[in-house]
Structures are given as C-alpha cells and as structure tokens.
Write a protein that binds this ligand. Structure first.
Ligand code: FES
Length: 609
C-alpha cells in the first residue's frame, strides 16, 4: 500500500493519512460510512473497526466501551489516530446503512393558490400606430390576463429586461411569463405552455424528502429522499449543534452538505418526472429549528443553551440563488415560522397538516424521534412541547440498535407456547440489529409475558433458554449468531431496557404535563407522525405505557405529516398565512424548567401498571 494511504475495507475506499484526524473523520472523507450515533464523542461504541497499522493507544473509557471485544486491533474509529499506512476493516454492524425513508403522507386538501404563477400571453407587436416600449406592452397584456391585484406594480429586474426584445419577437409575441403574486417577474420565455413547478422539502435530522409539485394543478409529480448527509457527523441535533459551535467552518460545511443534498434530490426528482429544475420557481422547507438554522447558515449555538433562543422565528422568504439549490435563477425559498428552540417549522407544518386548529376533541399529535415533538389540540387551545427522548427510538445507545434500514428487526412476537421470538426484519434479511419499533415491540412482548418487570428489569427466576447472564449483566437472546447477519448473537441487554425506559418516560412525561396543563383527562385521538410513528404498532406503544390515557384503538399512523404541511404551504398562500396564525395560537410548554417535570418523568418510567 502507498506509504501515506489508509484503506477502508470492504468498500476499498482510500484516503491520504493525516495524523490530526481521527479514523472516523478520515472514513468520512473517503466516503466509507461508519455509524457514529454520538457524533464521534466516544460514547456510543457504534464506530468499532479493526485496524492493522500504527494506531494511537486506547484510553480507559475506550477500553471500557469496547468491553469483551477489547483487543489490539479492535478500536473505536472516533478515538483512534493512525500514523502511516493502515488497513481498516469496517464490520457489518458498524457500517452506515441507508434508512428506509418514509415519503408517504403528502396527501393534502387545500385550495390551489400558489405564490407563483406562469401565464401564457399574446403581446401585440409594435407598429407605427403603437410604438410603445416592449416592457410596457407586455405589462399591459399581462395586466389584462392577471386575475390578482388590479393595481399591481410590476417589478421587472434588469435580468428580465435583457433579451426581452428578442423573446417577444421570436414567436410573434407569444410569451410564458412567470411572476410572483407580489408582482415580481421571475422569468419570461418565448412560446406558450412553460411549466411552473414547486419543490416542498422536509428537512429532517436523519432524512431529507423532497416533493416536486406542478403549480398549475397542485399535483405531486414525484418524490425523492435520502439520508441527511450530516448523519455521518452525529445522529442527533445536539451533536450537530455542538459541532457547529466548535468551529465556524463546521457550520459552513454542514450548511453546504444539506443544501447540496437538496439540490441533488431536486435534480433527481425532476429527471424522473421529465422536468427541468430550472422551472422550479417556489420552494418550501420545513425542519426542526436546528436544521432550519444550519440550512440557512445561521449559528444554532444558542438553541442548545437556556433559554434556547433561535436567531429568527418568523417565516422567511429567501432567494434560492443565495442558497445554491440549482432551481430557477429567481426562485424563492419559503421557511415557515418556528415556535421555539426545539419546536420548529416541521412541528408547525405537522400541526397544519393534521388540522390542530380545527379539532373538536382532544387530539394528540406526536412526531417521535430523538426529540419528541408533541402537539395537544382541543377546540379552544393548542399546546406544544418538545421532549428529549434521546436516541433510543432511532437505535442509539442500544447495544444492537440501528436505524430502520434493511436488516433491522422492526417487530417481534413471542410464541405463546415457548416464548421463542418471531422476528419481522426490514427487507426480509437476516437480522443485523434492532430499530426503534422493534425495540418497543420486543419489550412490550416481554412485559406482557412477565419476563420484564414494570420497573424495567428482567424478571428473576423466569426459566427461559433465551434469558442469560452476558458480559454486562442479564440479557435476552433475540437471535443466535448462526441466524444473524453479523455472525454474532443479537441480544437485548438490561442497559437497553433502561435506555428505552428513559426515552418512553420522556414522552409519557411530556404528554401527561400537557394534559394537566390543558385540564384534559382523556385523549380522543392520537396521530403518530414521522417514520418511527408510522412503523410503531400502537398496541406495542400502549404495551410499554408510552402514551398516557390512551388505548391502542385510538392511535393512528399518519405518515409524513411535516412533508404534507410543506406541500400545503407550497401550493397555497392561505396556508402560509394559516401557519403564521397557527404559530401564534400554539402555546409552548417548556419542560426543561417545569416544576413537576421530574415527578412526571419518574412516573413515566414504569412499563405497566
Ligand atoms: S463512540 Fe465513536 S462515534 Fe460514538
């Protein structure tokens, strides 16, 4: 191997060795994805690799995390520096796999009234009777065709005036004119029937989904999705914020990464639909407040420290050219308002899509993730909060946890006769790990079987060949090495039980405090939004007592509600106004300083009872 190269296998990616970068950073440079649930802080233990080469020695905490696997060559990539050439093997369990992304849920039902329109007009050519200027003749015709504000004052940027005379004459005065409803001309082209497209973006911490929409009729022409490329640097918003805090160049890099991802998805969705990204004139982007800030290149530092202040909370319209999204030159990008540091435009979009402002009965809307965003709406009030559930629902801090990617166990049933687990695995593959819905499902089954006690321990004295003492204490064997895709036993440990307890207690506490605050004792409907909510079996969620005051028959998965809200704001100006009103109606409940949060949190820990 060349002297200064590091080879990452099995991908065969190479990168120049650099002693001031960790192996994790070098792997990212090489495009060899390694799981990094804690963002490289040496806390999650997901980035294990095998090294042959001259590596820095492990410290005490790394040794502890490596546990039984401790050996000369097994290391945490984020804690290891290498000198000279090296070969690094990334085991299956440490490889970054693409998540199964939820794109469904873009159905919407609103009156079509987009903020940008393309009109076909026929402009009379000048003659000696009417030698008026081309711009004025075009605007005269446009005024007659325009059914908006009759007194509109047209703005024609210089870029539009340049070449106007040629366009006007090249097809005998026939023009397609694209303008926003405030009167700014965005594009002119000769001939008729040019497309007018919009792009709605759901910018999540883990995934990015784009919807291409025809603004003539509001039809969704295509959907594309990908992982948020920032995932390689850390899975949760807090790790991303702290990276941006560390150095301004990290903010610049993360902002660029996500904008490039959106630009690529826009190009892909247009290619599939046979459309031109240069005809996308309007774009809406919804995301949590940290993603919103990083996308815009705004420093998110203060979102992570009390009093959790955003740089801006009002809705914003920005020129797409400032963000390099590869859309039409004069396209605009609209970001709905955010409510608070941890309740972003995605929560507002979800509340809009699920009609939080039109409900007659107590309705709970929950988007479960590292931060659970919760909205409780009644006829008179809308309350929202964000509760720090931690990464367990996305597979973080769980020994064999992983995101909902192929090979992840996403559901478990225990056979009534002998308690043997029947696994549902994404993609029908041999299991590689367990994702959030699988974890909740397994624990719910174990609780029902009495193998896990209400306080979250494996029940002592239960005779089961699946329960055993592992290196770190009691564990339940879900699949033995010969059955798994990693060649190692797939187990649920007592520490995993504790992590799930913490996550579900945070959700339980957030919901109960909101119910208290609203004086609601019974929830009529629970709408679970987002990927985790979509795959979660309501009976399992109720089986571990995640949702207080609710039975499984009242719970419905609603798909990507934030994406639906983004599409609604794209096709209807009234929905943008509604988002503004909604954000004012939404009352924010700050759980971090709530006097009864600890009590509610402790109460939420029990798995049943
Ligand atoms: S321990 Fe290395 S990324 Fe978490």
């Amino acid at each position: 191997m060349p002297e200064d190269q590091i080879l990452f296998q099995p991908m065969g990616r190479r990168v120049r060795s650099q002693t001031d970068l960790t192996l994790l950073e070098l792997a990212n440079r090489a495009g060899a994805g390694i799981e990094a649930a804690c963002g490289g802080k040496g806390r999650c233990g997901k980035c294990r690799v095998k090294i042959s080469g001259d590596a820095s020695p492990p410290d005490e905490s790394e040794r502890e995390l490596l546990g039984a696997e401790k050996s000369e060559s097994c290391r945490l990539a984020c804690q290891t520096y290498v000198k000279g050439p090296a070969s690094v093997w990334i085991p299956e369990a440490s490889r970054l796999h693409r998540q199964v992304i939820l794109t469904a849920g873009s159905d919407y039902n609103v009156e079509l009234d987009p903020g940008v329109r393309t009109l076909d007009i026929q402009v009379p050519l000048p003659d000696l009777q009417d030698p008026s200027a081309d711009r004025e003749r075009m605007l005269d015709t446009l005024n007659r065709a325009w059914d908006g504000d009759p007194g509109i004052e047209w703005e024609t940027p210089l870029s539009i005036l340049r070449g106007l005379e040629g366009k006007l004459r090249s097809d005998s005065g026939r023009l397609s004119v694209t303008a926003d409803r405030e009167g700014k001309i965005l594009d002119i082209r000769p001939g008729n029937a040019a497309a007018c497209l919009g792009l709605a973006v759901d910018l999540g911490t883990t995934t990015v989904v784009v919807y291409l929409v025809d603004l003539f009729d509001g039809k969704v022409l295509g959907v594309q999705a990908d992982m948020n490329p920032q995932v390689a640097d850390g899975e949760d918003v807090v790790s991303r914020i702290s990276l941006c805090q560390q150095a301004p160049e990290n903010l610049t890099r993360h902002s660029r990464m996500v904008r490039e991802c959106i630009a690529r998805l826009a190009a892909d969705v247009c290619r599939e639909a046979g459309a031109d990204p240069g005809r996308i004139f309007d774009c809406t982007v919804v995301g949590n407040t940290a993603m919103h800030h990083i996308f815009l290149g705004l420093n998110p530092a203060h979102l992570a420290m009390a009093p959790y202040t955003p740089v801006v909370s009002a809705g914003l319209t920005v020129r797409s050219a400032e963000l390099d999204l590869g859309l039409a030159k004069e396209a605009r990008v609209y970001l709905p308002p955010v409510k608070a540091g941890f309740v972003g435009a995605d929560a507002v979009a979800m509340a809009m899509a699920l009609d939080a402002d039109q409900t007659d009965e107590p309705t709970l809307m929950v988007d479960l993730g590292t931060n659970g965003e919760i909205v409780l709406a009644t006829r008179d009030r809308i309350l929202c909060c964000s509760t720090a559930a931690g990464p367990a629902f996305e597979g973080g801090h769980i020994l064999w946890g992983m995101r909902g990617a192929p090979g992840a166990v996403d559901g478990v049933r225990l056979a009534p006769a002998d308690g043997a687990p029947e696994l549902s695995v994404i993609g029908g593959l041999a299991p590689r790990g367990i994702c959030g819905s699988g974890l909740v499902s397994l624990v719910s089954q174990l609780v029902a079987a009495g193998a896990v006690t209400p306080d979250g321990a494996f029940a002592p004295g239960i005779p089961s060949p699946r329960l055993r003492e592992g290196p770190g204490g009691s564990e339940f064997v879900l699949a033995v090495a010969q059955e798994t895709g990693t060649g190692r036993d797939l187990v649920l440990t007592h520490r995993d039980l504790a992590q799930l307890q913490l996550a579900k207690a945070a959700i339980h506490a957030g919901i109960s405090l909101m119910m208290d605050e609203m004086g609601v004792s019974r929830i009529s409907r629970v709408l679970l939004a987002g990927a985790f909510g979509n795959y979660l079996d309501p009976a399992d969620a109720c089986g571990i007592r995640m949702l207080p005051g609710v039975t499984a028959d009242r719970v419905t998965a609603v798909g990507n509600a934030a994406g639906a809200g983004a599409v609604m704001a794209l096709v209807s100006r009234a929905q943008r106004t509604r988002a503004r009103t909604l954000v004012d109606q939404m009352e924010y409940l700050e759980l971090a300083v709530h006097p009864r949060f600890n009590e509610a949190y402790l109460d939420g820990m029990a798995f049943n009872g």
